[in-house]
Ligand binder design. Structure first.
Ligand SMILES: [Zn+2]
Length: 107
């Protein structure tokens, strides 16, 4: 299974603003501008929805859950909520793993 629930001891380097700017058009071209997991669109005009924190904001997810692995093959768009749900949903974890393997094979 994935390493989502395992804290790595390696220092993490977050995806930089520059990387996000470079990746964004490529990700949109490849996946469309939707959440990789639930395929819904992003809603970012409100910070809260019905009093809850907006879980539909655009977020970048690392397919293998290693936050220092910023190769574009490892990055997808995902809702904040779906990114969090991935920790508990094996379906999402499997989907992520398969996608990363497919991308790595295609190189
Ligand atoms: Zn989603």
């Amino acid at each position: 299974m994935t390493t989502c629930n395992v804290k790595t001891t390696r220092p993490t380097t977050r995806l930089t603003t520059k990387q996000r700017r470079e990746y964004r058009p490529l990700l949109i071209k490849y996946y469309g501008h939707v959440c990789f997991y639930c395929k819904d669109e992003f809603i970012d005009e409100k910070h809260t929805i019905d009093g809850y924190k907006n879980g539909y904001l655009e977020n970048y997810d690392h397919l293998n859950c290693i936050e220092s692995d910023n190769r574009i093959e490892n990055i997808v768009f995902a809702h904040v909520k779906c990114n969090q749900q991935k920790k508990d949903y094996s379906d999402y974890q499997i989907k992520a793993k398969e996608q990363l393997e497919e991308k790595e094979d295609a190189r």
